[in-house]
Design a protein. Structure first.
Length: 468
Protein backbone atom coordinates (compact mmCIF):
# COMPACT_ATOMS: atom_id res chain seq x y z
CA UNK A 1 0.00 0.00 0.00
CA UNK A 2 1.45 3.45 -0.86
CA UNK A 3 2.62 5.31 2.20
CA UNK A 4 0.22 8.27 1.74
CA UNK A 5 -2.81 5.97 1.43
CA UNK A 6 -1.58 3.84 4.34
CA UNK A 7 -1.09 6.91 6.50
CA UNK A 8 -4.60 8.14 5.70
CA UNK A 9 -6.01 4.73 6.56
CA UNK A 10 -4.23 4.66 9.91
CA UNK A 11 -5.44 8.15 10.81
CA UNK A 12 -8.97 7.22 9.79
CA UNK A 13 -8.87 4.10 11.93
CA UNK A 14 -7.62 6.12 14.87
CA UNK A 15 -10.47 8.59 14.46
CA UNK A 16 -13.04 5.82 14.16
CA UNK A 17 -11.69 4.24 17.34
CA UNK A 18 -12.13 7.53 19.14
CA UNK A 19 -15.78 7.74 18.15
CA UNK A 20 -16.41 5.15 20.85
CA UNK A 21 -15.78 7.88 23.41
CA UNK A 22 -17.89 10.57 21.77
CA UNK A 23 -21.17 10.20 19.93
CA UNK A 24 -19.74 12.71 17.51
CA UNK A 25 -16.20 14.04 17.30
CA UNK A 26 -16.38 17.81 17.89
CA UNK A 27 -15.88 19.72 14.63
CA UNK A 28 -12.29 20.76 14.14
CA UNK A 29 -10.98 18.43 16.86
CA UNK A 30 -8.90 15.25 16.55
CA UNK A 31 -6.52 13.08 18.55
CA UNK A 32 -3.27 14.94 19.24
CA UNK A 33 -1.01 11.97 18.50
CA UNK A 34 -0.71 10.84 14.90
CA UNK A 35 -0.67 7.16 13.96
CA UNK A 36 1.29 7.16 10.72
CA UNK A 37 3.54 4.16 11.48
CA UNK A 38 3.25 0.72 13.02
CA UNK A 39 5.49 -1.79 14.79
CA UNK A 40 6.11 -3.59 11.48
CA UNK A 41 7.57 -0.40 9.99
CA UNK A 42 10.23 -0.41 12.72
CA UNK A 43 10.90 -4.13 12.79
CA UNK A 44 11.08 -4.48 9.00
CA UNK A 45 13.65 -1.73 8.57
CA UNK A 46 11.23 0.48 6.64
CA UNK A 47 12.07 3.34 9.02
CA UNK A 48 15.57 4.68 9.61
CA UNK A 49 16.86 5.19 13.13
CA UNK A 50 16.39 8.96 12.82
CA UNK A 51 12.83 8.49 11.59
CA UNK A 52 12.10 6.22 14.55
CA UNK A 53 13.69 8.70 16.96
CA UNK A 54 11.64 11.53 15.51
CA UNK A 55 8.45 9.49 15.82
CA UNK A 56 9.39 8.63 19.41
CA UNK A 57 9.97 12.29 20.22
CA UNK A 58 6.45 13.01 18.97
CA UNK A 59 5.07 10.44 21.41
CA UNK A 60 7.24 11.95 24.16
CA UNK A 61 6.24 15.57 23.55
CA UNK A 62 2.64 15.40 22.32
CA UNK A 63 0.04 16.71 24.82
CA UNK A 64 -2.60 13.96 24.75
CA UNK A 65 -6.30 14.71 24.83
CA UNK A 66 -9.40 12.62 25.46
CA UNK A 67 -9.65 11.67 21.81
CA UNK A 68 -6.29 9.91 22.29
CA UNK A 69 -7.69 8.15 25.35
CA UNK A 70 -6.43 10.57 28.01
CA UNK A 71 -7.93 9.92 31.43
CA UNK A 72 -9.54 7.06 33.29
CA UNK A 73 -13.07 5.80 32.98
CA UNK A 74 -15.72 5.60 35.71
CA UNK A 75 -14.42 5.59 39.27
CA UNK A 76 -13.90 2.10 40.65
CA UNK A 77 -15.08 2.13 44.30
CA UNK A 78 -13.22 -1.13 44.92
CA UNK A 79 -9.88 0.31 43.73
CA UNK A 80 -9.94 4.10 43.35
CA UNK A 81 -6.15 4.50 43.48
CA UNK A 82 -4.93 2.30 40.60
CA UNK A 83 -4.91 3.63 37.02
CA UNK A 84 -8.16 2.97 35.22
CA UNK A 85 -10.71 3.80 37.89
CA UNK A 86 -9.43 6.90 39.68
CA UNK A 87 -11.67 9.85 40.55
CA UNK A 88 -10.79 13.33 39.37
CA UNK A 89 -10.12 16.33 41.59
CA UNK A 90 -13.36 18.16 42.49
CA UNK A 91 -15.03 16.00 39.83
CA UNK A 92 -13.41 18.07 37.06
CA UNK A 93 -13.51 15.02 34.80
CA UNK A 94 -9.91 15.28 33.61
CA UNK A 95 -7.17 15.81 36.21
CA UNK A 96 -6.38 14.34 39.62
CA UNK A 97 -2.76 15.48 40.25
CA UNK A 98 -2.38 13.83 43.67
CA UNK A 99 -2.26 10.30 42.19
CA UNK A 100 -1.45 10.66 38.54
CA UNK A 101 -3.55 12.24 35.79
CA UNK A 102 -1.11 15.06 36.42
CA UNK A 103 0.25 16.01 32.98
CA UNK A 104 -0.52 15.71 29.27
CA UNK A 105 2.92 14.81 27.97
CA UNK A 106 6.19 13.24 29.08
CA UNK A 107 7.97 16.45 28.13
CA UNK A 108 6.14 18.49 30.77
CA UNK A 109 8.01 16.74 33.60
CA UNK A 110 11.26 15.97 31.77
CA UNK A 111 12.42 19.33 30.46
CA UNK A 112 15.16 20.78 32.68
CA UNK A 113 18.55 20.37 31.07
CA UNK A 114 20.35 22.35 33.74
CA UNK A 115 19.00 23.89 36.93
CA UNK A 116 22.50 25.30 37.54
CA UNK A 117 21.85 27.92 34.86
CA UNK A 118 19.53 30.90 35.42
CA UNK A 119 17.04 30.75 33.84
CA UNK A 120 17.23 26.99 33.65
CA UNK A 121 18.33 25.45 30.36
CA UNK A 122 15.56 23.62 28.55
CA UNK A 123 16.23 20.12 27.23
CA UNK A 124 14.11 17.37 25.74
CA UNK A 125 14.34 14.45 28.14
CA UNK A 126 15.66 16.49 31.06
CA UNK A 127 14.89 16.28 34.75
CA UNK A 128 11.92 17.78 36.56
CA UNK A 129 11.86 20.50 39.17
CA UNK A 130 10.12 20.04 42.51
CA UNK A 131 6.75 21.21 41.18
CA UNK A 132 6.88 18.26 38.77
CA UNK A 133 7.05 15.68 41.56
CA UNK A 134 4.73 12.73 41.09
CA UNK A 135 2.50 11.92 44.07
CA UNK A 136 2.09 8.16 43.84
CA UNK A 137 -0.88 6.30 45.36
CA UNK A 138 -1.48 8.20 48.58
CA UNK A 139 -4.37 7.17 50.75
CA UNK A 140 -3.86 10.01 53.21
CA UNK A 141 -2.30 13.47 52.92
CA UNK A 142 -2.63 15.18 56.29
CA UNK A 143 -1.67 18.77 55.45
CA UNK A 144 -3.13 20.11 58.72
CA UNK A 145 -1.23 17.57 60.87
CA UNK A 146 -4.42 16.35 62.49
CA UNK A 147 -2.43 13.47 63.99
CA UNK A 148 -0.08 15.94 65.73
CA UNK A 149 3.02 14.25 64.33
CA UNK A 150 4.74 17.58 63.83
CA UNK A 151 4.74 17.15 60.04
CA UNK A 152 2.26 16.63 57.22
CA UNK A 153 1.80 12.86 57.12
CA UNK A 154 1.73 11.29 53.65
CA UNK A 155 1.54 7.56 52.99
CA UNK A 156 2.20 7.58 49.25
CA UNK A 157 5.41 7.98 47.31
CA UNK A 158 6.81 11.40 46.37
CA UNK A 159 8.98 11.13 43.24
CA UNK A 160 11.15 13.78 41.61
CA UNK A 161 11.48 13.09 37.86
CA UNK A 162 15.04 12.20 36.76
CA UNK A 163 16.50 12.94 33.33
CA UNK A 164 16.58 10.31 30.58
CA UNK A 165 20.05 11.08 29.18
CA UNK A 166 22.24 8.03 28.72
CA UNK A 167 19.41 5.62 29.51
CA UNK A 168 20.40 3.36 26.61
CA UNK A 169 23.75 2.60 28.20
CA UNK A 170 22.07 1.92 31.53
CA UNK A 171 19.61 -0.49 29.92
CA UNK A 172 22.37 -2.31 28.03
CA UNK A 173 24.43 -2.68 31.19
CA UNK A 174 21.44 -3.93 33.19
CA UNK A 175 20.58 -6.49 30.52
CA UNK A 176 24.12 -7.82 30.54
CA UNK A 177 24.12 -8.06 34.33
CA UNK A 178 20.76 -9.84 34.28
CA UNK A 179 21.94 -12.36 31.69
CA UNK A 180 24.96 -13.19 33.87
CA UNK A 181 22.86 -13.53 37.01
CA UNK A 182 20.46 -15.89 35.24
CA UNK A 183 23.45 -18.07 34.40
CA UNK A 184 24.45 -18.01 38.07
CA UNK A 185 20.93 -19.19 38.98
CA UNK A 186 21.30 -22.10 36.56
CA UNK A 187 24.73 -22.90 38.00
CA UNK A 188 23.29 -22.91 41.54
CA UNK A 189 20.64 -25.38 40.51
CA UNK A 190 23.28 -27.66 39.05
CA UNK A 191 25.27 -27.46 42.31
CA UNK A 192 22.76 -27.91 45.16
CA UNK A 193 23.84 -26.94 48.64
CA UNK A 194 26.67 -24.74 47.42
CA UNK A 195 26.31 -20.93 47.83
CA UNK A 196 26.91 -19.38 44.43
CA UNK A 197 28.22 -15.77 44.46
CA UNK A 198 25.98 -13.39 42.54
CA UNK A 199 28.67 -11.09 41.21
CA UNK A 200 28.54 -9.49 37.79
CA UNK A 201 30.37 -6.51 36.27
CA UNK A 202 32.06 -5.99 39.62
CA UNK A 203 28.80 -5.65 41.56
CA UNK A 204 27.92 -8.22 44.24
CA UNK A 205 24.28 -9.12 44.90
CA UNK A 206 24.99 -11.68 47.61
CA UNK A 207 24.74 -15.41 46.98
CA UNK A 208 22.18 -18.01 45.98
CA UNK A 209 21.82 -21.60 47.15
CA UNK A 210 19.63 -24.36 45.73
CA UNK A 211 18.10 -26.89 48.13
CA UNK A 212 17.71 -30.23 46.37
CA UNK A 213 15.51 -31.64 49.15
CA UNK A 214 12.85 -28.95 48.78
CA UNK A 215 13.65 -28.29 45.11
CA UNK A 216 13.70 -24.56 45.81
CA UNK A 217 16.16 -21.70 46.00
CA UNK A 218 17.23 -20.10 49.25
CA UNK A 219 17.15 -16.34 48.64
CA UNK A 220 18.07 -15.21 52.16
CA UNK A 221 21.60 -14.21 51.14
CA UNK A 222 20.48 -12.32 48.03
CA UNK A 223 20.80 -8.55 48.45
CA UNK A 224 19.91 -5.41 46.52
CA UNK A 225 17.83 -7.17 43.88
CA UNK A 226 14.52 -9.05 43.57
CA UNK A 227 14.48 -12.84 43.75
CA UNK A 228 14.00 -13.05 39.99
CA UNK A 229 17.63 -11.81 39.70
CA UNK A 230 16.60 -9.21 37.11
CA UNK A 231 18.53 -5.95 37.43
CA UNK A 232 15.95 -3.18 37.32
CA UNK A 233 17.74 0.16 36.94
CA UNK A 234 14.69 2.36 36.34
CA UNK A 235 12.44 3.80 39.02
CA UNK A 236 13.74 5.18 42.31
CA UNK A 237 13.17 1.80 43.94
CA UNK A 238 14.67 -0.23 41.10
CA UNK A 239 11.35 -1.51 39.79
CA UNK A 240 11.68 -1.58 36.00
CA UNK A 241 14.11 -3.58 33.87
CA UNK A 242 13.76 -1.48 30.73
CA UNK A 243 12.67 1.98 29.69
CA UNK A 244 9.79 0.36 27.82
CA UNK A 245 8.52 -1.35 30.98
CA UNK A 246 8.72 1.98 32.81
CA UNK A 247 6.90 3.79 30.00
CA UNK A 248 3.96 1.37 30.01
CA UNK A 249 3.31 2.18 33.66
CA UNK A 250 4.01 5.88 33.29
CA UNK A 251 1.56 6.23 30.41
CA UNK A 252 -1.21 4.71 32.51
CA UNK A 253 -0.36 6.58 35.72
CA UNK A 254 0.24 10.08 34.39
CA UNK A 255 -2.19 10.16 31.45
CA UNK A 256 -4.60 7.26 31.82
CA UNK A 257 -3.26 6.07 28.45
CA UNK A 258 -3.32 2.27 28.35
CA UNK A 259 -0.86 0.33 26.22
CA UNK A 260 -2.19 -2.31 23.87
CA UNK A 261 0.56 -4.64 25.04
CA UNK A 262 -0.72 -4.28 28.61
CA UNK A 263 -4.51 -4.54 28.18
CA UNK A 264 -4.92 -6.11 24.74
CA UNK A 265 -5.95 -4.92 21.30
CA UNK A 266 -9.49 -3.61 21.00
CA UNK A 267 -9.95 -3.67 24.78
CA UNK A 268 -11.28 -0.62 26.61
CA UNK A 269 -9.94 -1.73 29.98
CA UNK A 270 -10.48 1.60 31.76
CA UNK A 271 -13.97 2.15 30.36
CA UNK A 272 -13.27 5.61 28.98
CA UNK A 273 -14.68 4.70 25.58
CA UNK A 274 -11.35 4.57 23.73
CA UNK A 275 -9.49 1.42 22.71
CA UNK A 276 -5.92 0.93 21.47
CA UNK A 277 -4.73 4.08 23.22
CA UNK A 278 -0.97 3.42 22.93
CA UNK A 279 0.07 1.10 20.13
CA UNK A 280 3.00 -1.32 20.26
CA UNK A 281 4.84 0.67 17.59
CA UNK A 282 4.38 3.93 19.45
CA UNK A 283 5.95 2.47 22.59
CA UNK A 284 8.78 1.01 20.52
CA UNK A 285 9.50 4.42 18.98
CA UNK A 286 9.34 6.09 22.40
CA UNK A 287 11.71 3.46 23.80
CA UNK A 288 14.21 3.92 20.98
CA UNK A 289 14.02 7.72 21.22
CA UNK A 290 14.62 7.74 24.97
CA UNK A 291 17.51 5.30 24.90
CA UNK A 292 19.38 7.13 22.17
CA UNK A 293 19.41 10.49 23.91
CA UNK A 294 22.88 11.84 24.52
CA UNK A 295 24.77 10.68 27.60
CA UNK A 296 25.94 12.96 30.43
CA UNK A 297 29.52 14.23 30.28
CA UNK A 298 32.36 15.05 32.64
CA UNK A 299 34.24 18.31 32.34
CA UNK A 300 38.01 18.15 32.62
CA UNK A 301 38.64 18.47 36.36
CA UNK A 302 40.94 21.16 37.70
CA UNK A 303 43.21 20.78 40.70
CA UNK A 304 40.46 21.18 43.29
CA UNK A 305 38.19 18.71 41.52
CA UNK A 306 41.01 16.19 41.11
CA UNK A 307 41.61 16.29 44.84
CA UNK A 308 37.86 15.89 45.33
CA UNK A 309 37.87 12.76 43.15
CA UNK A 310 40.41 11.22 45.48
CA UNK A 311 38.28 12.11 48.51
CA UNK A 312 35.22 10.62 46.78
CA UNK A 313 37.04 7.30 46.73
CA UNK A 314 38.68 7.65 50.15
CA UNK A 315 35.48 8.23 52.14
CA UNK A 316 33.67 5.36 50.46
CA UNK A 317 31.27 7.15 48.10
CA UNK A 318 32.56 5.14 45.14
CA UNK A 319 31.61 1.88 46.84
CA UNK A 320 28.01 2.39 45.71
CA UNK A 321 28.38 5.32 43.31
CA UNK A 322 30.71 3.29 41.09
CA UNK A 323 32.26 5.81 38.68
CA UNK A 324 32.38 3.54 35.65
CA UNK A 325 31.17 0.09 34.63
CA UNK A 326 32.09 -1.42 31.29
CA UNK A 327 29.76 -3.45 29.12
CA UNK A 328 30.78 -6.51 27.12
CA UNK A 329 29.04 -5.37 23.95
CA UNK A 330 28.10 -2.10 22.25
CA UNK A 331 24.73 -3.22 20.91
CA UNK A 332 21.43 -2.54 22.68
CA UNK A 333 18.74 -4.94 21.51
CA UNK A 334 15.08 -3.92 21.63
CA UNK A 335 12.68 -6.78 22.27
CA UNK A 336 8.96 -7.39 22.08
CA UNK A 337 7.32 -8.99 23.85
CA UNK A 338 9.83 -8.42 26.62
CA UNK A 339 10.97 -11.34 28.77
CA UNK A 340 13.13 -9.79 31.45
CA UNK A 341 14.75 -13.07 32.52
CA UNK A 342 15.82 -13.53 28.87
CA UNK A 343 16.77 -9.94 28.10
CA UNK A 344 17.62 -10.42 24.42
CA UNK A 345 14.77 -12.73 23.46
CA UNK A 346 12.38 -11.53 20.73
CA UNK A 347 14.73 -8.86 19.35
CA UNK A 348 13.15 -6.70 16.63
CA UNK A 349 15.66 -3.82 16.43
CA UNK A 350 19.18 -3.03 17.63
CA UNK A 351 21.61 -0.12 17.76
CA UNK A 352 25.31 0.35 18.42
CA UNK A 353 25.29 2.93 21.22
CA UNK A 354 28.74 4.16 20.25
CA UNK A 355 27.42 5.17 16.82
CA UNK A 356 24.15 6.92 17.73
CA UNK A 357 23.61 10.30 19.44
CA UNK A 358 24.01 8.46 22.77
CA UNK A 359 27.73 8.66 21.99
CA UNK A 360 29.15 6.23 24.52
CA UNK A 361 32.89 5.75 24.44
CA UNK A 362 34.18 2.36 23.45
CA UNK A 363 36.24 0.05 25.59
CA UNK A 364 37.41 -2.97 23.66
CA UNK A 365 34.29 -4.69 22.37
CA UNK A 366 32.10 -2.90 24.88
CA UNK A 367 31.28 0.56 26.17
CA UNK A 368 32.36 2.69 29.08
CA UNK A 369 29.31 3.69 31.14
CA UNK A 370 30.36 6.49 33.56
CA UNK A 371 27.14 6.25 35.57
CA UNK A 372 28.37 6.59 39.20
CA UNK A 373 26.04 3.83 40.38
CA UNK A 374 26.03 0.09 41.02
CA UNK A 375 22.39 -0.41 39.90
CA UNK A 376 21.70 -2.04 43.25
CA UNK A 377 19.23 -1.28 46.04
CA UNK A 378 20.53 -0.16 49.42
CA UNK A 379 19.04 0.63 52.82
CA UNK A 380 19.28 4.42 53.15
CA UNK A 381 18.13 4.70 56.76
CA UNK A 382 15.26 6.23 58.68
CA UNK A 383 15.55 9.83 57.46
CA UNK A 384 14.95 8.93 53.82
CA UNK A 385 12.53 6.06 54.49
CA UNK A 386 9.13 6.45 52.92
CA UNK A 387 5.83 5.83 54.73
CA UNK A 388 4.37 3.84 51.84
CA UNK A 389 4.09 0.80 54.07
CA UNK A 390 6.09 -1.63 51.94
CA UNK A 391 9.26 -3.64 52.40
CA UNK A 392 11.13 -1.20 50.18
CA UNK A 393 10.39 1.89 52.29
CA UNK A 394 14.05 2.23 53.34
CA UNK A 395 15.48 0.85 50.09
CA UNK A 396 16.55 2.90 47.06
CA UNK A 397 18.56 2.07 43.98
CA UNK A 398 21.86 3.94 44.01
CA UNK A 399 21.29 7.28 42.31
CA UNK A 400 23.34 7.78 39.16
CA UNK A 401 25.50 10.85 39.77
CA UNK A 402 26.43 11.58 36.17
CA UNK A 403 24.92 14.98 35.37
CA UNK A 404 24.48 15.77 39.08
CA UNK A 405 25.88 19.30 38.71
CA UNK A 406 22.84 20.29 36.65
CA UNK A 407 20.02 18.41 38.34
CA UNK A 408 19.13 20.00 41.66
CA UNK A 409 16.96 19.38 43.63
CA UNK A 410 18.36 16.07 44.83
CA UNK A 411 17.34 12.74 46.36
CA UNK A 412 14.29 10.72 45.36
CA UNK A 413 11.78 13.40 46.29
CA UNK A 414 13.80 16.57 45.69
CA UNK A 415 14.02 17.46 49.38
CA UNK A 416 17.74 18.30 49.16
CA UNK A 417 18.28 21.68 47.52
CA UNK A 418 22.08 21.46 47.59
CA UNK A 419 24.64 18.70 47.18
CA UNK A 420 25.67 19.07 50.81
CA UNK A 421 22.05 18.62 51.93
CA UNK A 422 21.85 15.45 49.85
CA UNK A 423 25.05 13.95 51.24
CA UNK A 424 24.14 14.69 54.86
CA UNK A 425 20.73 13.05 54.42
CA UNK A 426 22.35 9.67 53.70
CA UNK A 427 21.88 7.03 56.35
CA UNK A 428 21.66 3.27 56.70
CA UNK A 429 24.36 1.57 54.63
CA UNK A 430 25.68 5.00 53.62
CA UNK A 431 26.00 6.35 57.17
CA UNK A 432 29.78 5.79 57.42
CA UNK A 433 30.45 7.71 54.18
CA UNK A 434 28.07 10.45 55.27
CA UNK A 435 29.87 10.77 58.60
CA UNK A 436 33.24 10.82 56.84
CA UNK A 437 32.06 13.70 54.66
CA UNK A 438 30.79 15.56 57.72
CA UNK A 439 34.22 15.11 59.30
CA UNK A 440 36.15 16.66 56.40
CA UNK A 441 37.54 20.14 56.88
CA UNK A 442 35.94 22.97 54.90
CA UNK A 443 38.60 22.92 52.19
CA UNK A 444 38.15 19.19 51.60
CA UNK A 445 34.38 19.56 51.38
CA UNK A 446 34.83 22.23 48.73
CA UNK A 447 37.14 19.93 46.79
CA UNK A 448 34.64 17.06 46.81
CA UNK A 449 31.81 19.36 45.71
CA UNK A 450 34.00 20.77 42.94
CA UNK A 451 34.51 17.22 41.69
CA UNK A 452 30.76 16.53 41.65
CA UNK A 453 30.22 19.75 39.72
CA UNK A 454 32.28 18.40 36.84
CA UNK A 455 29.50 15.86 36.18
CA UNK A 456 27.30 17.63 33.62
CA UNK A 457 24.29 16.94 31.45
CA UNK A 458 24.51 17.10 27.63
CA UNK A 459 24.11 20.65 26.33
CA UNK A 460 21.70 20.16 23.42
CA UNK A 461 20.13 16.69 23.48
CA UNK A 462 18.10 15.67 20.43
CA UNK A 463 19.24 18.85 18.65
CA UNK A 464 19.23 17.12 15.28
CA UNK A 465 15.57 16.16 15.72
CA UNK A 466 14.54 19.64 16.86
CA UNK A 467 15.97 21.10 13.65
CA UNK A 468 13.81 18.89 11.43
Amino acid sequence: MPKTIRTFALVLLAALGCENAFTQIPPGEAPALSRDFMQDDIASGAMTLDEIRHAGMQVFATPFNKLDGYGDGPTDPADPTSPGGRPTLQNNGTLLRVNGLDAQSCQECHSVGSSAEVPFRFAVGGAGSSNNNAIFQPREIDVSDSHFYGYAFFDGRFINPPFLFGSGGIELLAKEMTANLQKRRYFARRNPGKPIPLTTHGVNFGSLTYDAATQSFDYRAVSGIDNDLVVKPFGRKGEFATVRAFDVGAMAFHFGMQAVEDVGSGIDADGDGVTDEVLVGQLSALHIFNTNLERPLQQRPGGQAQAGAVLFEDIGCAGCHVPEIRTRTRVLRYTFPEDHTRPNANTFFSVDLSATPAGFGTDGRGLSIPLFSDLKRHDMGDELAESFGGELDRMFITARLWGVADTAPYLHDGRALTLTDAILAHGGEAQPSRDSFAGLDDGQKVQLLEFLRTLRTPVAPAADLLQQ
